[in-house]
Design a binder for this molecule. Structure first.
Ligand SMILES: Cc1cc2nc3c(=O)[nH]c(=O)nc-3n(C[C@H](O)[C@H](O)[C@H](O)COP(=O)(O)OP(=O)(O)OC[C@H]3O[C@@H](n4cnc5c(N)ncnc54)[C@H](O)[C@@H]3O)c2cc1C
Length: 255
């Protein structure tokens, strides 16, 4: 059965990083009042390539639900068809897509959680954080703690840094750990791969837990991992090695 295709118009385009050629793109959907999706889901963008073949690519939604709009965050891949089409899209131009799709969703009941991302894997995390800590001051975090561990090679590739810094500064239960794998001279922050800090946070969390879990609560912490397969695997391994169960680890792979 053919999937229902929607048309979205680009309303805003921001260069997030010149070095990585990464763009933040905001869309409004034609003829729809409300685009219902769960934070963390993705859309499937559809277009015909120069040979006339239909191409489909997934892009995580980088925002919480907001009327008939959604944001995405796209890295230009050298020689890639769809990423270049999106990065070259101009305000007013349109995109066809179907969705929302995907099961990379916050689990209920909400628990303390570690959000782990590299590169554009930050997109669904921005959706989670916008949902949990909306800009109108509401708080949907239910008092749980959320750590965002975000890794990139260079400082200029820390997408949405100002946004996450602001949330960390204003919400007592949101913590932002950024780490660079190839810092330039002068970087005074964390240095290394995300899994090094994930192990540390998970270890500290375990040491402050009440050994008697609340009745009915199966898991008291989850990890949500998003990015390229190599990083996702490294973090899953890091957590299972220290005793985490597979159900506690939710992940989305981009490749
Ligand atoms: C669930 C899901 C969500 C995704 N969300 C995002 C997102 O939010 N932002 C985003 O930028 N991408 C995201 N991706 C990746 C995206 O779907 C495309 O794969 C990516 O944009 C490249 O498509 P392309 O048509 O430009 O390249 P293609 O024409 O498909 O590939 C060209 C070449 O680039 C290589 N390549 C493909 N993807 C990548 C990559 N990610 N990095 C480096 N090399 C690559 C291929 O192996 C190939 O050699 C997501 C993927 C999945 C599965």
């Amino acid at each position: 059965m053919a999937r229902q295709l929607y048309t979205a118009r680009l309303t805003r385009r921001l260069l997030l990083s010149e070095r990585a050629a990464c763009f933040h793109l905001e869309f409004t959907i034609d003829g729809m009042e409300r685009f219902d999706f769960e934070p963390g889901q993705f859309i499937s963008a559809v277009a015909h390539d120069p040979t006339g073949k239909q191409q489909t690519r997934a892009y995580s939604i980088a925002s919480a639900p907001r009327a008939n709009q959604f944001d995405i965050c796209v890295n230009r891949v050298e020689g890639g068809f769809f990423s270049n089409l999106l990065c070259d899209l101009e305000v007013g131009q349109s995109l066809e897509f179907h969705g929302p799709h995907g099961l990379f969703l916050l689990r209920a009941p909400l628990t303390d959680s570690i959000f782990i991302a590299t590169g554009t894997g930050i997109a669904p995390m921005r959706g989670f954080v916008e949902h949990l800590f909306p800009d109108n001051g509401e708080d949907r975090s239910q008092g749980r703690k959320f750590w965002l561990v975000y890794g990139t090679r260079h400082e200029s590739e820390l997408y949405y840094e100002d946004y996450f810094e602001r949330i960390a500064a204003t919400r007592r239960n949101f913590f932002y750990y950024k780490t660079l794998s190839r810092p330039q001279n002068g970087w005074l922050g964390r240095h290394g791969y995300v899994q090094e800090f994930v192990g540390q946070i998970a270890g500290e969390h375990a040491s402050v837990q009440d050994p008697r879990p609340v009745q009915g609560a199966v898991y008291d912490i989850h990890a949500y991992i998003c990015g390229l397969n190599e990083m996702v695997s490294a973090n899953r391994e890091c957590l299972t090695t220290i005793g985490w169960q597979r159900k506690q680890i939710i992940f989305e792979r981009y490749d």
